[in-house]
Ligand binder design. Structure first.
Ligand SMILES: *Cc1c(COP(=O)(O)O)cnc(C)c1O
Length: 477
Protein backbone atom coordinates (compact mmCIF):
# COMPACT_ATOMS: atom_id res chain seq x y z
CA UNK A 1 0.00 0.00 0.00
CA UNK A 2 2.77 2.39 0.87
CA UNK A 3 4.12 2.17 -2.69
CA UNK A 4 0.85 3.49 -4.06
CA UNK A 5 0.63 7.08 -5.21
CA UNK A 6 -1.71 9.38 -3.27
CA UNK A 7 -4.18 10.38 -6.00
CA UNK A 8 -4.93 6.73 -6.86
CA UNK A 9 -5.85 5.94 -3.28
CA UNK A 10 -8.37 8.76 -3.42
CA UNK A 11 -9.86 7.43 -6.61
CA UNK A 12 -10.17 3.95 -5.12
CA UNK A 13 -12.15 5.39 -2.26
CA UNK A 14 -14.85 6.37 -4.74
CA UNK A 15 -15.46 2.77 -5.78
CA UNK A 16 -18.98 1.76 -4.64
CA UNK A 17 -19.36 -0.84 -1.89
CA UNK A 18 -20.88 -4.29 -2.56
CA UNK A 19 -24.01 -3.32 -0.59
CA UNK A 20 -24.55 -0.25 -2.77
CA UNK A 21 -24.48 -2.34 -5.95
CA UNK A 22 -26.79 -4.92 -4.40
CA UNK A 23 -29.24 -2.14 -3.55
CA UNK A 24 -29.71 -1.07 -7.19
CA UNK A 25 -32.72 -2.22 -9.19
CA UNK A 26 -30.39 -4.32 -11.39
CA UNK A 27 -28.77 -5.80 -8.29
CA UNK A 28 -32.15 -6.80 -6.87
CA UNK A 29 -33.15 -8.48 -10.16
CA UNK A 30 -29.90 -10.41 -10.17
CA UNK A 31 -30.49 -11.65 -6.62
CA UNK A 32 -33.90 -12.87 -7.69
CA UNK A 33 -32.33 -14.82 -10.54
CA UNK A 34 -29.10 -16.12 -9.07
CA UNK A 35 -29.46 -15.82 -5.29
CA UNK A 36 -27.68 -13.60 -2.78
CA UNK A 37 -24.50 -15.64 -2.43
CA UNK A 38 -23.66 -15.85 -6.13
CA UNK A 39 -24.53 -12.19 -6.81
CA UNK A 40 -22.46 -10.92 -3.88
CA UNK A 41 -19.57 -13.01 -5.07
CA UNK A 42 -19.85 -11.65 -8.62
CA UNK A 43 -20.14 -8.02 -7.45
CA UNK A 44 -17.10 -8.44 -5.25
CA UNK A 45 -15.20 -9.78 -8.24
CA UNK A 46 -16.13 -6.92 -10.59
CA UNK A 47 -15.22 -4.38 -7.87
CA UNK A 48 -11.86 -6.12 -7.43
CA UNK A 49 -11.32 -6.02 -11.19
CA UNK A 50 -12.22 -2.31 -11.29
CA UNK A 51 -9.75 -1.65 -8.46
CA UNK A 52 -6.99 -3.41 -10.40
CA UNK A 53 -7.73 -1.30 -13.48
CA UNK A 54 -7.70 1.96 -11.47
CA UNK A 55 -4.39 1.04 -9.88
CA UNK A 56 -2.64 0.47 -13.18
CA UNK A 57 -4.10 3.34 -15.19
CA UNK A 58 -6.11 6.44 -14.48
CA UNK A 59 -9.67 5.94 -15.66
CA UNK A 60 -13.24 6.77 -14.73
CA UNK A 61 -14.62 5.09 -11.61
CA UNK A 62 -17.57 2.83 -12.57
CA UNK A 63 -20.86 3.64 -10.87
CA UNK A 64 -23.22 1.19 -9.17
CA UNK A 65 -25.28 0.55 -12.30
CA UNK A 66 -22.22 -0.19 -14.41
CA UNK A 67 -20.91 -2.57 -11.77
CA UNK A 68 -24.28 -4.34 -11.57
CA UNK A 69 -24.26 -4.76 -15.35
CA UNK A 70 -20.74 -6.15 -15.27
CA UNK A 71 -21.80 -8.59 -12.54
CA UNK A 72 -24.73 -9.66 -14.70
CA UNK A 73 -22.43 -10.36 -17.67
CA UNK A 74 -20.18 -12.38 -15.41
CA UNK A 75 -23.08 -14.44 -14.05
CA UNK A 76 -24.67 -14.92 -17.47
CA UNK A 77 -21.37 -16.16 -18.86
CA UNK A 78 -21.16 -18.92 -16.27
CA UNK A 79 -23.02 -21.39 -18.46
CA UNK A 80 -23.46 -24.96 -17.28
CA UNK A 81 -20.69 -27.26 -18.40
CA UNK A 82 -23.21 -29.88 -19.46
CA UNK A 83 -25.24 -27.52 -21.63
CA UNK A 84 -26.63 -28.90 -24.90
CA UNK A 85 -24.40 -28.69 -27.97
CA UNK A 86 -24.62 -29.45 -31.67
CA UNK A 87 -22.83 -32.74 -32.34
CA UNK A 88 -21.72 -32.27 -35.94
CA UNK A 89 -18.68 -34.51 -35.59
CA UNK A 90 -20.23 -37.16 -37.81
CA UNK A 91 -20.02 -39.69 -34.97
CA UNK A 92 -23.57 -40.52 -33.98
CA UNK A 93 -22.81 -42.31 -30.71
CA UNK A 94 -19.95 -40.09 -29.53
CA UNK A 95 -18.81 -41.30 -26.10
CA UNK A 96 -17.24 -37.92 -25.24
CA UNK A 97 -20.47 -36.16 -26.19
CA UNK A 98 -22.71 -38.41 -24.12
CA UNK A 99 -23.53 -41.17 -26.63
CA UNK A 100 -27.24 -41.70 -27.35
CA UNK A 101 -29.69 -38.80 -27.45
CA UNK A 102 -32.81 -40.10 -25.73
CA UNK A 103 -36.28 -40.51 -27.16
CA UNK A 104 -38.94 -38.05 -25.99
CA UNK A 105 -40.77 -40.87 -24.23
CA UNK A 106 -37.62 -41.62 -22.22
CA UNK A 107 -37.07 -37.95 -21.38
CA UNK A 108 -40.67 -37.62 -20.15
CA UNK A 109 -40.40 -40.76 -18.06
CA UNK A 110 -37.17 -39.58 -16.43
CA UNK A 111 -38.66 -36.16 -15.66
CA UNK A 112 -41.70 -37.76 -14.01
CA UNK A 113 -39.45 -40.02 -11.95
CA UNK A 114 -37.40 -37.01 -10.87
CA UNK A 115 -40.38 -34.94 -9.91
CA UNK A 116 -42.40 -37.54 -8.02
CA UNK A 117 -42.17 -40.54 -5.73
CA UNK A 118 -42.30 -43.78 -7.75
CA UNK A 119 -42.80 -47.45 -6.91
CA UNK A 120 -39.11 -48.18 -7.38
CA UNK A 121 -38.95 -51.08 -4.94
CA UNK A 122 -42.59 -51.33 -4.06
CA UNK A 123 -45.15 -53.83 -5.23
CA UNK A 124 -48.28 -51.81 -5.96
CA UNK A 125 -50.48 -54.90 -6.30
CA UNK A 126 -49.70 -56.27 -2.85
CA UNK A 127 -48.51 -53.22 -0.97
CA UNK A 128 -45.29 -55.00 -0.09
CA UNK A 129 -41.62 -54.50 -0.86
CA UNK A 130 -40.83 -55.00 -4.54
CA UNK A 131 -37.71 -55.28 -6.63
CA UNK A 132 -36.03 -52.57 -8.64
CA UNK A 133 -35.38 -54.96 -11.54
CA UNK A 134 -39.03 -56.00 -11.80
CA UNK A 135 -39.86 -52.96 -13.93
CA UNK A 136 -37.61 -54.17 -16.73
CA UNK A 137 -37.40 -57.94 -16.29
CA UNK A 138 -40.52 -58.89 -18.27
CA UNK A 139 -39.77 -56.36 -21.00
CA UNK A 140 -36.18 -57.53 -21.46
CA UNK A 141 -37.28 -61.17 -21.53
CA UNK A 142 -39.94 -60.35 -24.13
CA UNK A 143 -37.47 -58.48 -26.35
CA UNK A 144 -34.58 -60.96 -26.09
CA UNK A 145 -36.19 -64.34 -25.50
CA UNK A 146 -34.15 -64.79 -22.31
CA UNK A 147 -35.49 -66.40 -19.13
CA UNK A 148 -34.41 -63.63 -16.81
CA UNK A 149 -32.65 -60.26 -16.81
CA UNK A 150 -30.94 -57.75 -14.58
CA UNK A 151 -29.69 -54.17 -15.03
CA UNK A 152 -26.55 -52.41 -13.81
CA UNK A 153 -24.68 -49.13 -14.28
CA UNK A 154 -23.16 -49.91 -17.69
CA UNK A 155 -21.93 -52.83 -19.75
CA UNK A 156 -18.46 -52.66 -18.18
CA UNK A 157 -20.20 -53.22 -14.84
CA UNK A 158 -22.25 -56.06 -16.32
CA UNK A 159 -19.10 -57.90 -17.45
CA UNK A 160 -17.34 -57.22 -14.13
CA UNK A 161 -20.30 -58.52 -12.16
CA UNK A 162 -20.61 -61.72 -14.22
CA UNK A 163 -16.89 -62.43 -13.92
CA UNK A 164 -16.89 -61.75 -10.18
CA UNK A 165 -19.97 -63.91 -9.59
CA UNK A 166 -18.76 -66.98 -11.49
CA UNK A 167 -14.98 -66.76 -11.70
CA UNK A 168 -13.84 -65.25 -8.38
CA UNK A 169 -10.74 -67.25 -7.44
CA UNK A 170 -11.36 -69.42 -10.49
CA UNK A 171 -10.37 -69.41 -14.14
CA UNK A 172 -12.04 -67.45 -16.91
CA UNK A 173 -11.29 -68.77 -20.39
CA UNK A 174 -11.06 -66.34 -23.32
CA UNK A 175 -9.67 -66.35 -26.86
CA UNK A 176 -6.52 -64.32 -27.52
CA UNK A 177 -8.35 -62.79 -30.47
CA UNK A 178 -10.93 -61.24 -28.14
CA UNK A 179 -8.79 -59.57 -25.47
CA UNK A 180 -10.11 -56.17 -26.32
CA UNK A 181 -9.43 -52.72 -25.03
CA UNK A 182 -12.26 -50.28 -25.42
CA UNK A 183 -11.86 -46.58 -24.58
CA UNK A 184 -11.53 -45.33 -21.02
CA UNK A 185 -9.22 -48.00 -19.62
CA UNK A 186 -11.58 -50.92 -20.08
CA UNK A 187 -9.19 -53.73 -20.92
CA UNK A 188 -10.46 -57.24 -20.64
CA UNK A 189 -7.36 -58.60 -18.81
CA UNK A 190 -7.57 -55.79 -16.23
CA UNK A 191 -11.29 -56.26 -15.68
CA UNK A 192 -10.68 -59.98 -15.14
CA UNK A 193 -7.97 -59.28 -12.59
CA UNK A 194 -10.18 -56.78 -10.70
CA UNK A 195 -13.05 -59.27 -10.76
CA UNK A 196 -10.76 -61.75 -9.02
CA UNK A 197 -10.65 -64.12 -11.97
CA UNK A 198 -7.53 -65.84 -13.34
CA UNK A 199 -7.46 -65.24 -17.06
CA UNK A 200 -6.72 -68.27 -19.23
CA UNK A 201 -5.96 -67.23 -22.80
CA UNK A 202 -6.52 -69.73 -25.56
CA UNK A 203 -5.76 -69.83 -29.29
CA UNK A 204 -3.86 -67.13 -31.13
CA UNK A 205 -4.61 -63.57 -32.19
CA UNK A 206 -6.10 -64.61 -35.52
CA UNK A 207 -7.24 -68.20 -34.97
CA UNK A 208 -8.89 -69.99 -32.07
CA UNK A 209 -10.34 -73.50 -32.38
CA UNK A 210 -12.78 -75.60 -30.36
CA UNK A 211 -9.94 -77.80 -29.16
CA UNK A 212 -8.18 -74.77 -27.68
CA UNK A 213 -11.14 -74.14 -25.40
CA UNK A 214 -11.67 -77.84 -24.66
CA UNK A 215 -8.04 -78.28 -23.57
CA UNK A 216 -8.33 -75.30 -21.22
CA UNK A 217 -11.38 -76.59 -19.32
CA UNK A 218 -10.64 -78.16 -15.94
CA UNK A 219 -12.08 -78.29 -12.40
CA UNK A 220 -10.92 -74.68 -11.78
CA UNK A 221 -12.82 -73.20 -14.71
CA UNK A 222 -15.48 -70.77 -13.58
CA UNK A 223 -16.63 -69.15 -16.79
CA UNK A 224 -16.06 -69.02 -20.55
CA UNK A 225 -16.10 -65.58 -22.08
CA UNK A 226 -16.87 -64.64 -25.66
CA UNK A 227 -16.33 -60.97 -26.47
CA UNK A 228 -17.73 -59.23 -29.51
CA UNK A 229 -14.72 -57.51 -31.09
CA UNK A 230 -16.77 -54.39 -31.45
CA UNK A 231 -14.14 -51.77 -32.20
CA UNK A 232 -11.86 -53.66 -34.58
CA UNK A 233 -11.93 -56.43 -37.15
CA UNK A 234 -9.46 -59.25 -37.68
CA UNK A 235 -9.48 -60.07 -41.38
CA UNK A 236 -7.73 -62.65 -43.53
CA UNK A 237 -6.59 -66.04 -42.19
CA UNK A 238 -8.92 -66.19 -39.22
CA UNK A 239 -10.99 -68.70 -37.29
CA UNK A 240 -13.10 -68.49 -34.20
CA UNK A 241 -15.58 -70.80 -32.54
CA UNK A 242 -19.25 -70.03 -33.10
CA UNK A 243 -21.15 -69.03 -29.98
CA UNK A 244 -23.55 -71.97 -30.42
CA UNK A 245 -20.69 -74.50 -30.42
CA UNK A 246 -19.00 -72.78 -27.50
CA UNK A 247 -22.28 -72.80 -25.58
CA UNK A 248 -22.51 -76.58 -26.08
CA UNK A 249 -18.96 -77.11 -24.87
CA UNK A 250 -19.46 -74.85 -21.87
CA UNK A 251 -22.64 -76.68 -20.86
CA UNK A 252 -20.84 -80.01 -21.19
CA UNK A 253 -18.07 -78.65 -18.96
CA UNK A 254 -20.64 -77.39 -16.47
CA UNK A 255 -19.66 -73.70 -16.69
CA UNK A 256 -21.58 -70.72 -18.03
CA UNK A 257 -20.75 -69.06 -21.32
CA UNK A 258 -20.90 -65.28 -21.10
CA UNK A 259 -21.31 -63.60 -24.48
CA UNK A 260 -20.39 -59.91 -24.18
CA UNK A 261 -22.05 -58.31 -27.20
CA UNK A 262 -20.96 -54.75 -26.46
CA UNK A 263 -23.49 -52.83 -28.50
CA UNK A 264 -25.99 -55.60 -28.97
CA UNK A 265 -28.99 -54.52 -30.99
CA UNK A 266 -32.56 -55.52 -30.21
CA UNK A 267 -33.61 -55.36 -33.87
CA UNK A 268 -32.08 -56.38 -37.19
CA UNK A 269 -30.46 -53.13 -38.32
CA UNK A 270 -30.36 -54.17 -41.98
CA UNK A 271 -34.05 -53.29 -41.96
CA UNK A 272 -32.95 -49.64 -41.64
CA UNK A 273 -30.22 -49.84 -44.26
CA UNK A 274 -27.40 -50.52 -41.80
CA UNK A 275 -24.99 -53.44 -41.62
CA UNK A 276 -26.13 -56.47 -39.66
CA UNK A 277 -25.09 -56.70 -36.01
CA UNK A 278 -25.84 -59.83 -34.00
CA UNK A 279 -29.07 -59.21 -32.10
CA UNK A 280 -29.40 -60.05 -28.44
CA UNK A 281 -32.20 -62.47 -29.26
CA UNK A 282 -29.87 -64.37 -31.60
CA UNK A 283 -27.14 -64.51 -28.97
CA UNK A 284 -29.62 -65.90 -26.45
CA UNK A 285 -30.93 -68.43 -28.98
CA UNK A 286 -27.37 -69.59 -29.70
CA UNK A 287 -27.31 -70.91 -26.16
CA UNK A 288 -25.10 -68.51 -24.19
CA UNK A 289 -26.29 -68.74 -20.59
CA UNK A 290 -25.43 -65.07 -20.07
CA UNK A 291 -25.45 -62.19 -22.58
CA UNK A 292 -24.35 -58.63 -21.73
CA UNK A 293 -24.89 -55.42 -23.72
CA UNK A 294 -24.98 -51.62 -23.39
CA UNK A 295 -28.00 -49.36 -23.01
CA UNK A 296 -26.51 -46.28 -24.65
CA UNK A 297 -24.94 -47.66 -27.79
CA UNK A 298 -27.09 -48.91 -30.67
CA UNK A 299 -29.99 -49.45 -28.30
CA UNK A 300 -30.32 -45.66 -28.02
CA UNK A 301 -31.15 -45.37 -24.31
CA UNK A 302 -29.37 -43.99 -21.23
CA UNK A 303 -26.13 -45.44 -19.89
CA UNK A 304 -26.96 -48.91 -18.56
CA UNK A 305 -25.66 -52.45 -18.74
CA UNK A 306 -27.97 -55.40 -19.26
CA UNK A 307 -27.38 -59.01 -18.30
CA UNK A 308 -29.92 -61.48 -19.71
CA UNK A 309 -29.86 -65.26 -19.48
CA UNK A 310 -30.66 -68.32 -17.40
CA UNK A 311 -32.82 -67.67 -14.38
CA UNK A 312 -30.62 -69.57 -11.90
CA UNK A 313 -27.53 -67.63 -12.97
CA UNK A 314 -29.25 -64.24 -12.87
CA UNK A 315 -30.42 -65.09 -9.34
CA UNK A 316 -26.84 -65.78 -8.35
CA UNK A 317 -25.75 -62.46 -9.85
CA UNK A 318 -28.47 -60.61 -7.94
CA UNK A 319 -27.19 -62.11 -4.66
CA UNK A 320 -23.67 -60.78 -5.29
CA UNK A 321 -23.11 -57.78 -2.95
CA UNK A 322 -21.40 -55.96 -5.84
CA UNK A 323 -24.79 -55.79 -7.57
CA UNK A 324 -25.88 -53.27 -4.92
CA UNK A 325 -22.87 -51.09 -5.68
CA UNK A 326 -23.57 -51.16 -9.41
CA UNK A 327 -27.30 -50.61 -9.33
CA UNK A 328 -29.22 -48.08 -11.41
CA UNK A 329 -31.24 -45.14 -10.05
CA UNK A 330 -34.92 -44.40 -10.69
CA UNK A 331 -34.25 -41.79 -13.38
CA UNK A 332 -32.44 -44.15 -15.61
CA UNK A 333 -34.76 -47.08 -14.90
CA UNK A 334 -37.68 -44.92 -15.97
CA UNK A 335 -35.85 -43.83 -19.13
CA UNK A 336 -34.74 -47.37 -19.96
CA UNK A 337 -38.24 -48.75 -19.55
CA UNK A 338 -39.66 -46.10 -21.87
CA UNK A 339 -36.89 -46.74 -24.43
CA UNK A 340 -37.37 -50.51 -24.39
CA UNK A 341 -41.12 -50.12 -24.86
CA UNK A 342 -40.47 -48.34 -28.16
CA UNK A 343 -38.99 -51.60 -29.45
CA UNK A 344 -42.41 -53.22 -29.20
CA UNK A 345 -43.39 -51.22 -32.25
CA UNK A 346 -40.52 -51.67 -34.75
CA UNK A 347 -42.44 -49.93 -37.55
CA UNK A 348 -42.30 -46.60 -35.75
CA UNK A 349 -38.95 -47.13 -34.03
CA UNK A 350 -36.85 -45.06 -36.47
CA UNK A 351 -39.30 -42.21 -36.08
CA UNK A 352 -39.17 -42.18 -32.29
CA UNK A 353 -35.64 -43.23 -31.39
CA UNK A 354 -33.15 -40.45 -32.25
CA UNK A 355 -30.16 -42.81 -32.53
CA UNK A 356 -31.88 -44.87 -35.18
CA UNK A 357 -33.39 -41.83 -36.85
CA UNK A 358 -29.92 -40.28 -37.24
CA UNK A 359 -28.35 -43.54 -38.40
CA UNK A 360 -31.08 -44.19 -40.95
CA UNK A 361 -31.14 -40.68 -42.45
CA UNK A 362 -30.54 -40.70 -46.20
CA UNK A 363 -27.72 -38.73 -47.76
CA UNK A 364 -30.26 -36.91 -49.94
CA UNK A 365 -32.12 -35.70 -46.86
CA UNK A 366 -28.92 -34.46 -45.20
CA UNK A 367 -27.74 -32.79 -48.39
CA UNK A 368 -31.02 -30.90 -48.77
CA UNK A 369 -30.61 -29.67 -45.22
CA UNK A 370 -27.03 -28.54 -45.94
CA UNK A 371 -28.27 -26.51 -48.92
CA UNK A 372 -30.95 -24.90 -46.74
CA UNK A 373 -28.36 -23.82 -44.16
CA UNK A 374 -25.37 -22.93 -46.37
CA UNK A 375 -26.29 -19.28 -47.00
CA UNK A 376 -27.09 -18.51 -43.34
CA UNK A 377 -23.77 -19.91 -42.17
CA UNK A 378 -21.87 -18.11 -44.95
CA UNK A 379 -23.50 -14.85 -43.98
CA UNK A 380 -22.53 -15.25 -40.32
CA UNK A 381 -18.94 -15.97 -41.35
CA UNK A 382 -18.54 -13.04 -43.73
CA UNK A 383 -15.61 -12.78 -46.09
CA UNK A 384 -13.07 -14.53 -43.84
CA UNK A 385 -14.30 -18.01 -44.82
CA UNK A 386 -15.85 -19.92 -47.70
CA UNK A 387 -18.74 -22.30 -47.01
CA UNK A 388 -19.31 -25.26 -49.31
CA UNK A 389 -21.56 -28.29 -49.28
CA UNK A 390 -19.59 -31.50 -49.62
CA UNK A 391 -19.62 -35.27 -49.18
CA UNK A 392 -18.43 -36.90 -45.98
CA UNK A 393 -18.71 -40.19 -44.12
CA UNK A 394 -20.44 -40.53 -40.76
CA UNK A 395 -19.50 -43.15 -38.22
CA UNK A 396 -21.75 -44.97 -35.79
CA UNK A 397 -19.29 -44.62 -32.93
CA UNK A 398 -18.84 -46.21 -29.50
CA UNK A 399 -17.09 -49.10 -31.16
CA UNK A 400 -20.23 -50.18 -32.97
CA UNK A 401 -19.77 -51.45 -36.53
CA UNK A 402 -16.29 -49.88 -36.73
CA UNK A 403 -15.63 -50.56 -40.38
CA UNK A 404 -19.00 -49.32 -41.57
CA UNK A 405 -19.38 -45.71 -42.54
CA UNK A 406 -22.51 -43.92 -43.70
CA UNK A 407 -22.53 -41.59 -46.71
CA UNK A 408 -23.42 -38.12 -45.47
CA UNK A 409 -23.14 -34.42 -46.28
CA UNK A 410 -21.27 -31.68 -44.46
CA UNK A 411 -20.93 -27.94 -44.51
CA UNK A 412 -17.23 -27.49 -45.33
CA UNK A 413 -15.76 -24.27 -44.00
CA UNK A 414 -12.48 -23.19 -45.62
CA UNK A 415 -10.49 -20.24 -44.27
CA UNK A 416 -9.60 -17.48 -46.70
CA UNK A 417 -6.33 -17.36 -44.83
CA UNK A 418 -4.20 -19.50 -42.55
CA UNK A 419 -5.04 -22.77 -40.85
CA UNK A 420 -4.75 -20.83 -37.58
CA UNK A 421 -7.81 -18.86 -38.59
CA UNK A 422 -9.76 -22.10 -38.97
CA UNK A 423 -8.65 -23.32 -35.55
CA UNK A 424 -9.64 -19.98 -34.02
CA UNK A 425 -13.08 -20.34 -35.59
CA UNK A 426 -13.48 -23.85 -34.20
CA UNK A 427 -12.53 -22.49 -30.76
CA UNK A 428 -15.08 -19.66 -31.04
CA UNK A 429 -17.78 -22.14 -32.02
CA UNK A 430 -17.04 -24.06 -28.82
CA UNK A 431 -17.71 -20.99 -26.66
CA UNK A 432 -21.21 -20.33 -28.03
CA UNK A 433 -24.23 -20.65 -25.69
CA UNK A 434 -24.95 -23.82 -27.65
CA UNK A 435 -21.50 -24.93 -28.81
CA UNK A 436 -21.08 -26.23 -32.35
CA UNK A 437 -18.64 -29.13 -32.52
CA UNK A 438 -17.27 -30.25 -35.86
CA UNK A 439 -14.11 -31.90 -37.09
CA UNK A 440 -11.10 -30.32 -38.82
CA UNK A 441 -9.74 -32.36 -41.73
CA UNK A 442 -7.98 -31.53 -44.99
CA UNK A 443 -7.79 -27.83 -44.20
CA UNK A 444 -11.52 -27.42 -43.62
CA UNK A 445 -13.93 -27.54 -40.71
CA UNK A 446 -16.42 -30.34 -41.45
CA UNK A 447 -19.88 -29.96 -39.97
CA UNK A 448 -21.58 -33.29 -40.70
CA UNK A 449 -25.30 -32.56 -40.46
CA UNK A 450 -26.46 -36.15 -39.86
CA UNK A 451 -27.27 -35.44 -36.19
CA UNK A 452 -28.91 -32.06 -36.72
CA UNK A 453 -32.63 -32.60 -36.25
CA UNK A 454 -34.85 -30.64 -38.61
CA UNK A 455 -36.59 -29.12 -35.58
CA UNK A 456 -33.23 -27.62 -34.49
CA UNK A 457 -32.43 -25.87 -37.78
CA UNK A 458 -33.80 -22.47 -36.69
CA UNK A 459 -31.88 -22.65 -33.42
CA UNK A 460 -28.77 -23.63 -35.36
CA UNK A 461 -29.02 -20.53 -37.56
CA UNK A 462 -29.72 -18.28 -34.56
CA UNK A 463 -26.64 -19.70 -32.86
CA UNK A 464 -24.50 -18.62 -35.82
CA UNK A 465 -25.69 -15.05 -35.41
CA UNK A 466 -24.32 -15.11 -31.83
CA UNK A 467 -20.84 -15.76 -33.14
CA UNK A 468 -18.46 -12.82 -32.75
CA UNK A 469 -15.49 -13.21 -35.10
CA UNK A 470 -15.07 -9.55 -36.00
CA UNK A 471 -11.34 -9.49 -35.16
CA UNK A 472 -10.54 -13.05 -36.30
CA UNK A 473 -9.26 -12.19 -39.76
CA UNK A 474 -7.03 -9.42 -38.35
CA UNK A 475 -5.59 -11.68 -35.65
CA UNK A 476 -5.08 -14.61 -38.03
CA UNK A 477 -4.33 -13.32 -41.52
C1 LIG B 1 -18.68 -50.86 -25.26
C2 LIG B 1 -18.32 -52.23 -24.80
C3 LIG B 1 -18.24 -52.54 -23.43
C4 LIG B 1 -18.48 -51.50 -22.37
O1 LIG B 1 -19.78 -51.03 -22.40
P1 LIG B 1 -20.14 -49.68 -21.62
O2 LIG B 1 -21.63 -49.66 -21.67
O3 LIG B 1 -19.49 -48.57 -22.36
O4 LIG B 1 -19.63 -49.81 -20.23
C5 LIG B 1 -17.91 -53.82 -23.09
N1 LIG B 1 -17.67 -54.76 -24.02
C6 LIG B 1 -17.74 -54.50 -25.35
C7 LIG B 1 -17.48 -55.59 -26.32
C8 LIG B 1 -18.07 -53.23 -25.77
O5 LIG B 1 -18.15 -52.95 -27.08
Amino acid sequence: MSAMAEPEVNVLRHLPAVAAVLATREGALLVERYGHVMVTHAIRQVIDDARDVLRTAPSAVPDVTELAQQAQRLLDAQMPGLRPLFNLTGVVLHTNLGRAVLAEAAVDAAVQAMRHAVALEYDLANGTRGERDDHLRALLCELTGAEDATVVNNNAAAVLLCLNTFALGREAVVSRGELIEIGGAFRMPDIMARAGARMVEVGTTNRTHAADYRNAFNEHTGLVLKVHTSNYRIQGFTADVAASELAHMARAAGVPLLNDLGSGSLVDLSRYGLAREPTVREAVAEGAQLVTFSGDKLLGGPQTGFIVGDHALIEQINRNPLKRALRVDKLRLAAVEATLKLYRDPDRLAERLPTLRFLARSKADIEAQARRLQAGVAEALGSAFVVEVGDCLSQIGSGSLPTDTLASTALLIHPRGSQRRLEALAASLRTLPRPIIGRIADGALHLDLRCLAEADEALFLTTWTQLDISDLAARHP
